[in-house]
Design a protein around this ligand. Structure first.
Ligand code: ZN
Ligand code: ZN
Length: 245
């Protein structure tokens, strides 16, 4: 009775619309309203134009990435951009749980052997204090009952800001940026975890490194995808294209 009284006095509130909810987090309406692409490329999750009948996007057809598929259920637009920026740039670690809630259940199919977050360069990690991708990987692993490994894949080269560069340049910027430092080879099936996929260049480079290290199947798990080019047009500091994607 006492706990009911407390709940009556201070009900849990949705973190987005502040409506009372049965549990801490996002209410059902806000979860249902999260921005989702109508159609997306199954390999890289790039949103495809409505009415398109292509199986894959042009980029995956002409230059297939090292990863085998991508599960990125949402679009990088309000309110997710705000939640992600809050986590990344303002250290609001509680947002990681909301993002996991927004991500929803892991994709169908055989589960990966291990979740591996996209690593930050050590210099970036020192300034930020934490790796948002590792926070998400840890929570996803906990929820799915799977192991995660935040140590073996490392970033050996800092990424220059990718905002203004074209596709070729972006791919060049991340070439050789990752290395496998695990004591054992990479497990055969891996999910590479990140918060946002912006251009896919980072995911391509990190996945290629995992494949060289022994992975046979790499899938990308990220919360949100920007439509191609978005984020690089603006100078918004909350834009995801700050070079670590
Ligand atoms: Zn709500
Ligand atoms: Zn694609």
């Amino acid at each position: 009775m006492w706990s009911n009284f407390i709940r009556f006095m201070a009900p849990a509130r949705c973190r987005l619309c502040h409506a009372p909810t049965p549990a801490e987090g996002l209410c059902r309406d806000c979860r249902a309203r999260l921005p989702r692409p109508e159609r997306a490329c199954p390999q890289c999750a790039l949103p495809l134009p409505a009415g398109s009948t292509d199986a894959l996007c042009g980029e995956c057809l002409s230059d297939p990435p090292a990863f085998d598929r991508a599960h990125v259920p949402l679009l990088y637009s309000p309110p997710l951009d705000g939640l992600i920026a809050g986590l990344k740039y303002h250290g609001r670690l509680a947002h990681a749980r909301l993002l996991i809630e927004a991500f929803g259940p892991p994709p169908a199919g055989p589960p990966p052997d291990c979740l591996i977050p996209v690593p930050l360069h050590p210099a970036r990690l020192r300034t930020r204090g934490f790796n948002q991708a590792a926070e998400l990987a840890r929570l996803l692993a906990e929820r799915a009952g799977l192991p995660w490994d935040g140590d073996s894949l490392v970033r050996i080269r800092a990424a220059p800001a990718q905002r203004a560069s074209g596709r070729r340049q972006r791919l060049r910027n991340v070439r050789g940026a990752f290395a496998w430092r695990g004591r054992a080879p990479c497990p055969p099936r891996v999910a590479l975890v990140d918060d946002v996929v912006t251009t896919g260049a980072t995911a391509r480079a990190a996945a290629a490194c995992l494949k060289r290290a022994g992975a046979q199947w790499v899938e990308i798990w990220a919360v949100a995808r920007t439509p191609e080019n978005e984020g690089r047009r603006t100078g918004d500091p909350a834009s995801p294209a700050d070079g670590d994607l």
